[in-house]
Design a protein around this ligand. Structure first.
Ligand code: PLP
Length: 418
């Protein structure tokens, strides 16, 4: 792999500098095509909502708009970016467990279509702000179904203490919140939302979620006369980071979800009219690459380090979650492995290791190391630790590169300082 998007890797690094975040735009487009094509049902309306926290910038949001997808934002900043990208705010779903009064006001002013209510106090704040105005908004209520799924395992427990949503076990509170919201003329209660985790490899976790959500929607109707017709199943679809990962193909996971939804909906008299999913990582993860220039090589008694010119400041996932990544040296793709290297960043933190151990050909100063699948929660979680400037972000497609986010300069870094 000496090219990405028809562009030579070393050339890209020379032109744009390193560390550099590169997205293969056709790979992004392919994922969006797969989701929009396969998440379609003859019996239910469907919406694919891009969870923009995985990678939120104007260029990405324009792509989302082009494919007719909806957009999930979780803060005023993400919302502002979407607004500035010219995105149709009526297609925005606004999430978060602690949306501030100012953020709620902003959502109403921008005409955000749907607010996902997380808790009782937030519901009251929204009602207070919207009553007596001519604004209108749809709401979904985030519930906690007691399913937690991460990577290879999922557990169905009575885990009632999540910071997100209201536990399904607390039916009384859920009913009270919905009834309060529904009693406001300018708020339309549409249904339920849940999100059970990320990097989920087991499609049974999703079918379990579908069953619980449909049964709960029926319970709300039968026991309390509450008619919500939308179910939003959240995100969590996995991406391939290393050869150990086996994500469920997008068409398969969509088929599994749709099939289970249709089956469950029949059981409850077709109460539900619309289902939504919110993929983030699975759309942008694999399309992204981080380029670094190798600096010094250092041997310790037990390790062989290759130091790179970025690190936890542009990709905190290895330090934060022990996330694993694959990488290669540009121009040496066909060379035999020479040794196991530890790839370390330049931040002042012993935990700033991007890859604990990877077999690579001989790594030399000046080589371009390319880390794969960095497109989700990489740039979006980046920080200014050690006052490192944020990298540039480039979209490449059919032999053309366009910079969608500039590299920060030292002057940017101090621009807010008095
Ligand atoms: C983070 C998040 C998503 C996206 O999760 P991925 O693992 O990136 O697919 C979707 N919905 C909600 C509510 C989230 O918090």
């Amino acid at each position: 792999m000496s090219e990405i998007g028809g562009m030579n890797i070393q050339k890209l690094a020379e032109t744009h500098g390193t560390p550099l975040v590169v997205y293969d735009e056709n790979a992004l487009r392919d994922k969006l095509t797969l989701f929009t094509k396969h998440f379609k049902s003859d019996f239910l309306e469907t919406d694919v909502i891009y969870a923009s926290k995985a990678f939120n910038c104007k260029a990405m949001i324009s792509l989302i708009e082009e494919y007719g997808c909806c957009l999930d934002v979780v803060s005023g900043g993400e919302l502002y970016t979407a607004f500035k990208a010219g995105y149709d705010c009526s297609k925005i779903f606004f999430h978060g467990n602690n949306k501030t009064p100012a953020e709620i006001k902003m959502a109403l002013d921008f005409g955000v279509g749907t607010i996902i209510i997380d808790n009782e106090m937030e519901a009251a704040e929204l009602a207070k702000q919207i009553q007596g105005t001519d604004k209108k908004v749809n709401v979904l209520l985030r519930v906690n179904p007691g399913i937690e799924a991460h990577t290879h395992e999922y557990i169905v427990t009575a885990h009632v203490d999540s910071k997100f949503g209201i536990s399904m076990l607390d039916e009384e509170q859920i009913v009270n919140v919905i009834k309060m919201l529904d009693s406001c003329d300018n708020i339309t209660y549409e249904g339920l939302h849940a999100h059970i985790g990320s990097q989920i490899f087991d499609k049974k976790a999703f079918s379990e979620l579908v069953r619980k959500m449909f049964a709960f929607a029926a319970e709300l109707k039968n026991a309390h006369g509450i008619e919500g017709t939308t179910i939003n199943l959240g995100g969590g679809f996995a991406a391939l980071y290393t050869a150990e990962d086996h994500p469920i193909p997008i068409d398969e996971v969509c088929a599994e979800i749709l099939h289970t939804c249709e089956e469950e909906n029949q059981k409850i008299g077709n109460l539900i009219r619309r289902i939504c999913i919110e993929p983030g990582r699975s759309i942008v993860g694999e399309a992204g690459y981080n380029f670094y220039t190798v600096g010094y090589i250092k041997k310790t008694p037990n390790k062989l380090y290759a130091f790179v010119d970025g690190g936890m400041s542009d990709n905190i996932r290895p330090a934060l979650y022990q996330a694993k990544y694959d990488a290669f040296i540009a121009g040496k793709e066909n060379e035999a492995p020479y040794a196991d290297y530890t790839i370390a960043g330049k931040c002042c933190e012993s935990g700033d290791i991007l890859i604990q151990s990877i077999a690579l050909p001989e790594v030399e100063t000046g080589d371009i190391l390319v880390m794969k699948t960095t497109g989700a929660y990489g740039y979006s979680m980046a920080s200014h630790y050690n006052k490192l400037a944020l990298p540039a972000v480039v979209f490449v497609r059919d032999g053309q590169a366009r910079e969608v986010i500039e590299r920060e300069t030292y002057d940017h870094l101090i621009s807010l300082e008095k």
